[in-house]
Ligand binder design. Structure first.
Ligand code: BMA
Length: 382
């Protein structure tokens, strides 16, 4: 009798843990994350040791010499395939604009996100949002903006209405079966620098962390978004302590990112990226999280072998660094847009047809290590 009770107890226990495993899996910020969102996280973790997904910002919206041509991408023009990761930008969504701050129509963007996802790509969103206290743009360095949006402060309600615009946008991202498309959301990036209103000189550590946690809790618990993976992405750093100084906590971050436009400017500084990525991977793995190179690039890609001799070399040089899941390069701004925005005439970071780096990009993309979209396994089922 006693024995059979024990057996029953043991069976019940194992049934419990089996069901916990089924429902569980990765320990995410959102324990109600959708099955597809969990699958994406786990599959990226599985790919990370042996592969690097290649990503490009605004890939389907425009390129160096074109705007809004169906099916086009500079990466595809050069290498015959789309990027594996699509970065998109939400700046000005909070103001009720139809287009983002770079002239990309938000309805078009939703369409391109659906297309990229339907082909098996990965979606990540960043947000250069306006200064909440001054009405200035994201680069308005007036200090203290973050404190004004925290609970009880003067801009809190308005800021929540900005997060509502985000929730509406993300809710509109559905696959053909109506399931929410998983998104790696990367808010308040490069906060260790001081060029955005949430930057280090403008914001106390406590306020930055409070902003982050408030954002997660609002989107997850109030708005019911369960298709987000949260990406933390400081600018360049020298030590793990520096990287983690403003970290909002393991319960609020799924992916440890790194934005690095510094190391790959010269041959002799490539190892700076290797060293930093090694730290990011080790910090991520110690926490059961994913590591990514969330932004990189060299404006105008002036070196013919930048892809293999800088980017690939930086990542492959070290067994830890090479376990980073993806690398995303910034946008290929079109000539007309570059002019209108007052950006430099070479404001592009990806390859483009006719570029002196195009052959090298093909060499980069053809390695077994680097994955473009067509190389991806199904990332959304387990
Ligand atoms: C910056 C530049 C800007 C752009 C912003 C948001 O790095 O590319 O031209 O407005 O990103 O995409």
């Amino acid at each position: 009798m006693r024995r059979s009770l024990l057996l029953l107890f043991a069976l019940a226990l194992s049934a419990c843990s089996a069901s916990a495993n089924l429902a569980g899996g990765p320990d995410l910020v959102d324990d109600r994350a959708t099955a597809e969102t969990r699958a994406l996280f786990v599959n990226l973790q599985r790919l990370a040791p042996d592969h690097l997904l290649f990503g490009h910002q605004d890939a389907l919206a425009y390129g160096v010499d074109w705007v809004r041509e169906a099916g086009r991408s500079d990466v595809r023009d050069v290498a015959g395939d789309y990027p594996a990761v699509y970065g998109w930008e939400l700046g000005d969504l909070e103001l009720g604009a139809d287009e983002n701050l770079d002239g990309v129509d938000f309805d078009d963007m939703q369409g391109w996100i659906r297309e990229g996802h339907a082909r098996g790509g990965v979606i990540t969103l960043a947000w250069h949002m306006a200064h909440p206290a001054t009405g200035g743009n994201t680069w308005d360095r007036t200090p203290g903006g973050v404190a004004t949006v925290l609970p009880g402060a003067e801009n809190h309600a308005e800021f929540l209405s900005w997060l509502d615009t985000f929730a509406r946008f993300v809710n509109g991202l559905r696959d053909a079966d109506g399931r929410p498309i998983p998104v790696l959301f990367r808010p308040y990036h490069e906060h260790t620098g001081s060029w955005f209103w949430w930057g280090a000189e403008q914001t106390t550590v406590a306020d930055y962390q409070a902003l982050w946690r408030m954002t997660v809790e609002y989107l997850r618990d109030e708005k019911g978004l369960h298709n987000l993976l949260y990406v933390y992405s400081p600018d360049v750093f020298e030590t793990e302590a520096e990287y983690l100084e403003r970290y909002p906590g393991d319960a609020y971050v799924d992916v440890l990112g790194s934005d690095d436009y510094q190391a790959l400017k010269t041959d002799s500084t490539v190892s700076d990226m290797t060293r930093r990525l090694g730290m990011v991977v080790r910090m991520a793995e110690a926490r059961g999280k994913l590591a990514v190179l969330s932004e990189t690039g060299l404006e105008g890609v002036p070196d013919d072998d930048w892809w293999t001799n800088r980017l690939l070399r930086a990542i492959e040089a070290d067994p830890d660094a090479r376990r980073v899941a993806y690398a995303l390069v910034w946008r290929n701004a079109t000539a007309a847009v570059r002019e209108a925005q007052g950006e430099s005439t070479t404001h592009w970071f990806g390859p483009h047809p006719g570029g002196a780096d195009a052959d090298d990009f093909r060499r980069f993309a053809e390695t077994d290590f680097v994955l473009l979209e067509g190389d991806l396994p199904d990332l959304y089922t387990r």
